[in-house]
Design a protein around this ligand. Structure first.
Ligand SMILES: Cc1cc2nc3c(=O)[nH]c(=O)nc-3n(C[C@H](O)[C@H](O)[C@H](O)COP(=O)(O)OP(=O)(O)OC[C@H]3O[C@@H](n4cnc5c(N)ncnc54)[C@H](O)[C@@H]3O)c2cc1C
Ligand SMILES: NC(=O)c1ccc[n+]([C@@H]2O[C@H](COP(=O)([O-])OP(=O)(O)OC[C@H]3O[C@@H](n4cnc5c(N)ncnc54)[C@H](O)[C@@H]3O)[C@@H](O)[C@H]2O)c1
Length: 448
């Protein structure tokens, strides 16, 4: 006999937590399933553990930058101790998360869920029947289809390393490569990034990424662009990573090879055909309400839905939309305007809204201010040599169209631009706001 629910959620990450809690708060019967410890990517294998390690790397970096400015003594990362610090956050998460669900009367299941019918799922030998099913199964590292890809360590493995190998190769040059390389090289590893695009961090502004590259060079990170990894071989003392760059073959020896080459929705193992849930080019086919276009009982949110950028705040935004649509009928659509994004390098790089390239492509009429500003007080006060910005403002309406920042505090300052874009504030509104001085935000009026 199948257990009956109003909503069953596949996954126990950010999207699941928001969706399940909202539907349960309306008095509905809800269950949540995960085959891994509860908590999801962000809390256990992504944003949060990474940021715990960044804290150590940033402290070391700050002390080293101030070394000739009155701060004495050498500061080093003790990797096992930094990992132990990370675990003080991550270890309690699964139990706390599961308890939170149970305290609200949400049933929890452990195991891989798969569809057995349009409204039924099987998990660990049990059958669950639900009026609605929310696919919040997240994303997994993309299959690269290259020989030896089984030797790649994923983000979960890297963020749990008990010792840090000496020679590390990162395959790919996006967010993960940028962040992990900044952590590992400050902890003493020799890091190489192999990126097949013509630059790294392609989601960010070209000029600002160019300015940030000085920090990669200073750390001795070997960044090789236009380089595609084609094969990985295990050898006696580690790995050999084979790649090609404009027809030239390259082999790099490493103790560890890390997957940093993109992530894709984790929906394939769900047996979607059995649930009548259509997929197109590996992605769930959804309508504007985040509902399956072939099975109206099924919705999706977050990295699994992949309607917006694969970021944590988007996962919870999607789940709020889905919960509202389940409870009140389809009314809400997601709004991805002004989603800020930060790569937590040291210093960080941040972006929100239109890039210069996108604005030109769209034919928008805008004015733009852009400058590399390492001589500004904010940078000098931290002895940070990388600082710069690019801000785009709509010529006719004075609305902020896009903001791109690199340097100290930009991971926070970008949120002010996000607020401006999402709520239609003008450049003049920002100019007329008093920001506490001296803070990163107090530079905003000079960026407009
Ligand atoms: C290394 C790294 C760093 C990141 N840093 C940031 C950051 O700084 N800021 C930011 O905004 N975003 C960051 N992200 C992205 C962010 O983590 C994701 O966008 C977000 O966690 C997605 O949440 P979700 O709820 O959609 O999916 P997830 O949190 O991935 O949850 C999905 C869950 O579903 C489970 N699952 C999958 N299939 C099944 C199945 N068949 N049955 C049962 N359970 C299943 C999985 O085990 C998983 O726990 C980072 C990602 C990575 C990999
Ligand atoms: N701070 C954050 O918000 C944050 C941090 C980490 C991850 N994430 C999320 O996780 C997702 C995955 O991150 P990611 O860094 O793996 O992916 P990414 O999409 O940011 O970058 C992957 C890069 O790898 C390159 N690549 C692919 N195959 C390759 C190959 N065989 N050889 C060389 N290069 C190759 C691609 O050209 C691409 O530029 C991101 O989309 C992001 O949304 C976010």
């Amino acid at each position: 006999m199948a257990k009956q629910y109003d909503l069953v959620v596949i996954g126990a990450g950010t999207a699941a937590m928001t969706g399940a809690m909202r539907v349960r708060a309306a008095g509905k019967q809800v269950a949540v399933i995960d085959y891994r410890p509860f908590g999801g990517t962000c809390a256990l294998r992504g944003c949060d553990p990474k940021k715990m390690l960044i804290s150590g790397a940033a402290a070391v970096d700050y002390a080293r930058r101030m070394a000739t400015h009155g701060v004495e003594g050498s500061v080093e990362i003790d990797w096992p101790a930094l990992m132990a610090f990370k675990r003080t956050f991550t270890d309690p998460v699964p139990e706390k998360m599961e308890q939170r669900y149970q305290d609200k009367g949400i049933d929890t299941y452990h195991g891989k869920a798969r569809f057995t019918g349009r409204n039924t799922l099987e998990v660990a030998g049990e059958v669950l029947e639900a009026k609605h099913i929310l696919i919040a199964s997240g994303a997994e590292p993309a299959k690269l289809g290259i020989p030896g890809e089984q030797h790649l360590m994923d983000n979960e493995g890297f963020l749990a390393l008990e010792t840090l190998p000496q020679r590390i190769v990162l395959v790919g040059g996006g967010y993960i490569a940028a962040e992990f390389s900044h952590i590992a090289s400050r902890a003493g590893a020799k890091v190489t990034i192999l990126q097949h695009g013509d630059r790294i961090l392609k989601e960010f502004d070209t000029d600002l990424v160019g300015w940030l590259m000085a920090s990669f060079t200073a750390l001795g990170i070997d960044v090789r662009t236009k380089t595609s990894v084609e094969r990985i071989e295990k050898v006696a003392n580690g790995y050999q990573v084979f790649s090609s760059s404009s027809g030239t073959q390259l082999m790099i020896e490493a103790d560890l090879v890390v997957h940093a080459a993109g992530r894709v929705s984790d929906v394939e193992p769900l047996d979607l055909a059995a649930g009548g849930v259509e997929v197109e080019n590996g992605r769930l086919k959804l309508n504007e309400y985040l509902q399956s276009s072939s099975n109206p009982s099924v919705y999706a949110a977050g990295d699994a839905a992949r309607m917006g950028p694969p970021l944590t705040p988007v996962s919870s935004h999607d789940a709020k939309v889905v919960a509202a649509n389940i409870l009140n009928g389809n009314q809400k659509t997601p709004n991805y305007q002004g989603v800020p994004s930060v790569a937590f390098t040291i210093p960080p790089i941040a972006s929100v809204g239109l890039t210069e390239a996108k604005a030109r492509e769209k034919g928008v009429k805008f004015r733009m201010q852009s400058q590399s500003t390492p001589t500004w007080f904010t940078a000098r006060q931290q002895a940070e040599p990388v600082y710069g910005f690019k801000v785009l403002v709509d010529e006719a309406s004075d609305h902020i169209l896009g903001a791109h920042l690199v340097g100290p505090h930009v991971d926070e300052v970008i949120n002010i631009f996000a607020l401006a874009i999402r709520h239609g504030l003008t450049a003049d509104d920002l100019r007329n706001t008093m920001f506490a001085y001296p803070t990163g935000a107090s530079d905003i009026s000079s960026m407009l």
